[in-house]
Write a protein that binds this ligand. Structure first.
Ligand code: ATP
Ligand code: MG
Length: 506
């Protein structure tokens, strides 16, 4: 053979090797390119979508894009040690996380590995990170309350077990605080909590952990943390991992509360991945399936019927807006997937009206079925009172003489606004919320000066807790506020009011 022939033979050999490679290696592949947390892999022809693959250096990745000639893999670890032509192996497994009570009190990464320096987690069970949501037939409508301990929410925008209620607002408007309150308020309620932190600063998550610990709430909570410096891939799977952890308890017939803080950052992680995988992008450069991404996650929350154990998972996803724009792509998506939203108003927050829940824009589409009769009784006119106040107040700014009726609405509104203020991390029990709102409904509020409202409320709460536990117990039951019960409450209120006034003047 001359040199030319030799070259041809060599080329042919290479080709044959390649063909051989492509057809025989269903379970292995080789790296074509790697960078930015993404590897494109040739081979792996048998791989399933979302399957875990292992690289030569023992880094794992998730096969996300299955194309004809290559597989797009998102890396769950760093890409420093992965080189072109490195081998990649199928594992046959879809991503899983450990689940079970062993996770309570722990902080884990999206793979379920502990990151809190408290040793190993010896969980006996694992769950797939992705799972199909329970079907309609396995579900029941929302009918039990899940109290957040936030007056305004429990009275006006009540949340039921299995509900998905969005918390939405600009940055630094108290979104996380409301979610944390909801966790704190599950003390002794037999509700397990999962807090999923996506793309946050590590220091913020440490703060959350410390708060939960301080109030003894970490004992019934798992924190799944994928901070901002994690790969986009890990941030992407974090909420699914958290969901799988919660689902385990829901399937045991237990009640679960899951917080996703927040889905805006999750969407950004997914957008990054999609752009790197060169998927076509749509509105605001997000890939078209970002809606499906969040809906299939939130669908997994709900209330199961008795045949399926009766468990529930209540979801509080958080979304951050820019300048209050709820018509941006991700906010509108998540609003349409959830059963209502708590909208936080920046101006109110900065003006000291905290929690800054906008009573006009916030709704709960299913939770009122779960409200007790007593709560319904006292809170019935709340929304109207606040709406009238807002309207009259802006009207009063432009007119000098205000009629008596308008003035009364404004006076009441100012006191009511004061009453609805509540510090962060201070949860209030259901029956005390009823008593607070009772002040507004049954005329007591209007007897107080604006600056007396909160001191009196505190005084009243303490007095009821110390001296009128029987009455509190009656209110806590699903009792209606009968005339008899109201008389008993009013008698105590009168007593407390007189004492309070003496103290104020003395
Ligand atoms: P980010 O956009 O940074 O995630 P966020 O919307 O989650 O912020 P938080 O972190 O909950 O907001 O609250 C911001 C700050 O406001 C915190 O310092 C918190 O303690 C304070 N804060 C939140 N709620 C209240 C409240 N009801 N009363 C007083 N202070 C509050
Ligand atoms: Mg926050």
């Amino acid at each position: 053979m001359d040199q030319k022939d030799e070259q041809i033979v060599q080329k042919l050999k290479e080709r044959i090797q390649q063909i051989d490679w492509e057809f025989s290696d269903l379970d292995t592949g080789s790296v074509l390119t790697v960078g930015d947390g993404i590897a494109l892999v040739r081979g792996l022809r048998g791989v399933q979508s979302n399957e875990l693959v292992r690289f030569e250096d023992d880094t794992f990745g998730l096969a996300l894009n299955l194309e004809e000639n290559q597989v797009g893999v998102i890396l769950l670890g760093g890409d420093e040690n992965i080189r072109e032509n490195d081998l990649v192996y199928r594992t046959g497994e879809v991503a899983q996380v450990p689940v079970g009570d062993e996770l309570l009190g722990r902080v884990v990464n999206p793979l379920g590995e502990p990151i809190d320096a408290r040793g190993e987690i010896n969980a006996t069970e694992e769950r797939y990170v992705e799972r199909e949501a329970p079907g309609v037939m396995a579900r029941k409508s929302v009918h039990q309350p899940l109290y957040t301990g936030v007056k305004l929410v429990d009275a006006m925008i009540p949340i039921g077990k299995g509900q998905r209620e969005l918390i939405i607002g600009d940055r630094q408007t108290g979104k996380t605080s409301i979610a944390i309150n909801a966790i704190l308020n599950q003390q002794d309620q037999n509700v397990k909590c999962v807090y999923v932190a996506i793309g946050q600063k590590s220091s913020t998550v440490v703060e959350v952990q410390e708060t939960l610990e301080r109030y003894g709430a970490l004992d019934y909570t798992v924190i799944v943390n994928s901070p901002a410096d994690d790969s986009a891939a890990l941030q992407y799977i974090a909420p699914y991992a958290g969901t799988a952890i919660g689902e385990y308890w829901m399937d045991q017939g237990e009640d679960v509360l899951i917080i996703y803080d927040d889905l805006s950052k999750h969407a950004v992680a997914y957008r990054t991945i999609s752009l790197l995988l060169k998927r076509p992008s749509g509105r605001e450069a997000y890939p078209g399936d970002v809606f499906y991404l969040h809906s299939r996650m939130l669908e997994r929350s709900g209330k199961l019927n008795e045949e399926n154990g009766g468990g529930s998972m209540t979801a509080l996803p958080i979304v951050e807006t820019q300048l209050g724009d709820i018509s941006a792509y991700i906010p509108t998506n998540v609003i349409s997937i959830t059963d209502g939203q708590l909208f936080l108003d920046t101006e109110d927050f900065q003006g000291g009206r905290r929690p800054a829940i906008d009573s006009g824009l916030s709704v709960s589409r299913v939770g009122s079925d779960a409200q007790t009769d007593a709560m319904k009784d006292v809170s019935g006119s709340l929304r109207l009172d606040l709406a009238q106040y807002d309207e009259m107040q802006s009207f009063a700014q432009f007119s000098s003489d205000i009629d008596e009726e308008t003035q009364a609405v404004i006076d009441h509104g100012r006191r009511l606004t004061e009453l609805l203020k509540q510090p962060a991390q201070q949860v209030i029990s259901h029956e005390l919320v009823i008593l607070s709102i009772y002040l507004s409904k049954y005329g007591w509020l209007d007897k107080l000066e604006v600056d007396e409202v909160r001191p009196f409320e505190r005084y009243m709460h303490e007095a009821f807790q110390e001296n009128h536990q029987d009455l509190l117990a009656d209110i806590a039951e699903d009792y209606e506020l009968t005339d008899d019960l109201k008389e008993r409450i009013d008698a105590v209120m009168q007593e407390l009011y007189d004492e309070f006034k003496v103290m104020q003047n003395g």
